[in-house]
Design a protein around this ligand. Sequence first.
Ligand code: T1G
Length: 689
Amino acid sequence: MSNFVSVTRDNSVAVVAIDNPPVNALSFHVRQPLFEALTALRDDASVTAIVLACAGRTFVAGADITEFGKPVQQPELRAIVALLETIAKPTVAAIHGTALGGGLELALGCHFRVADQAARLGLPEVKLGLLPGGGGTVRLPRLVGAAKALGMIVSGTPISADEAKAAGLVDAVFEEDLLTGAIRFASEMVADGRPFPPVRDRNERLAETDLSAFDAKAAELARKARGLEAPLACAQAVRNAITLPFDEALAAERQLFLKLVAGDQSRAQRHLFFAEREAAKIQGKDVTRRKIARVGIIGAGTMGGGIAMAFANGGFPVTLLETGEEALQRGLAMIEKNYAVSVGRGSLTEEARQQRLGLFKGSTDYADLADCDLVIEAVFEDMAVKKVVFGKLDAVARPGAILATNTSYLDVDEIAASTSRPQDVLGMHFFSPANVMKLLEIVRADRTAPDALATVAELARRIGKVPVVVGVCHGFVGNRMLSARGTENEALLLEGATPGQVDKAFTDFGWPMGPFQMGDLAGLDIGWRNRKARGQTAVIADTLCGQGRFGQKTGRGWYRYESGSREPAPDPEVKELIRAKAAELGIARREIGADEIIERTLYPLVNEGARILEEGIAVRASDIDVVWANGYGFPIGKGGPMFWAGLEGAAKIVERLEHWHRLTGRVIFEPAPMLRRFAETGSWEGAGG
Ligand code: T1G
């Protein structure tokens, strides 16, 4: 056979094992020998049943994503699945780890599926801007029913082995050795003479479909798609499985797949898939990792509490320190409430809640941090306060412990220099709510040791975060670019746009929310405090805050909110305030279109990204995309600001920036040399990538 596919025998049961580390992707070099092996076993009369299994840590985790966009090499997955369905002897897929995408489709080609207790099964193609292209949209509904299949395929979220058993997707779940169980299962199928119809012929679950309920659900999911094509194509393909004969639905799935795989959205989402994994790689990856068994958090406020939950959710014991008992109890009570809410929503079991709460130790004594391997400070954003905290921490923390600050913009080098161990100091910039938001900016200070960086980057993935290493500058990558994106917001209003028009340009672009609605959600007083701290002004926003209009929390901000509602309503008072300020400043007002709004907000965003690359604050352009897609809601169908610049056309961006620079003289519009080079070369190379 080949290195990637081997066949062994257990009496008359043949075991076909795929071995293509790290995740047994169905690369061409796997498909070919697999097709040959199955063909031979189909025709081998001494073989009464076939078990399909995988070596390594997981069953097949999908088609090989790196092959997309390249000429397709035969045999394709569909041909292997079709071959499986012609085999006139029971075939059993033995699933461990994750059976995802093409991996689950391969298993759906088998007559039976068995799994070990910890296995997870799913069709996550939608997360790559695709739909299952190996028959998953037509076969899965035949086993689990159309409604369940729709949920699984449009969300892309895998299900557990137990849930798969309950849904009819797997036929047995084993606690014992999976392969032994699978071979016994196959032998029993033969011995019992159990019928083994291919999935394609199992229509009983489809027959029970309530099509109007299905369409209502599909319409609801479509409303949430926010311009992404894949969720709609997924729903259409599953509907085809209900309404069309098998082969027609399969052919329709193929056409939908080919359209999506060639499209910009899938290219963008595949870019983000690999960019997230690249971002987690620390240069000099052979550095040893430090042991992290216990984590300390200083400050039990909103951020400290959320960070503590993120680690407890990852199974880490946490020491939560506060200045006084009252503040400590307030912080612990908030954590308890958050977990109770999750149990109430059914997203957490009572048992898990108890287990996680058991990981917390509250304290008001710095000495209790002495046994922590990592301590994260999440106190008030003031340099003097931070230095006092790090001074105390430096005195009690064990040698080799990593000391991190959660500051979102203060100088981490200055904080590190206030300790005797700057090599152990770095920034861990979480995003609120820290137990939910996936992004983690890891701030590399001048003297941060590589093993400290590598340790924290690996740790971040273990607690479900997406780590990106950034350098020290004001606002790091995310917030620095955010302020560049927001610089023009007020100018656009003074010159004639309304908050609603600006926000609509953003939501039409694919953002969940525009800057003004986002400001009202976060609270306008936060920005006001920051501006005052830095001696900056924003004529309209400052006036709104002066009137106590802090957004949703006060019922009025840029918009008006009926009591208890989060629905923004245009406020004529704000409109009049803007008109009056413009008149006061002698600014002529005119119609401003969505294109201009995007040019004056997102082009400076890209430009600032280019400057960040030039300065080495970000290692790769794709790191910036990961920051914006995971921390700031940049539409994933556009791949992040730096990838989008390629779709939008860098030459056009440079030309328009020059236009606005000539008109306004504002530095945010002065094209960065790195952006000009990108416009010439089409690559962000030369500053990482
Ligand atoms: N193809 C190619 N490379 C892959 C891959 C894949 N499907 N999955 C992972 N890798 C690489 C990854 O880039 C990394 O490489 C290494 O494996 C380890 O991955 C026709 C259209 C399985 C849950 O979407 O979700 O099937 O960085 O760091 O955290 O219908 O990988 O080390 O060089 O993520 O343990 C559908 C994608 C494909 C699943 C493991 N399948 N993979 O997570 O490891 S489309 C997916 C994952 C498809 C068919 C269609 C995760 C994982 P490197 P990792 P992990």
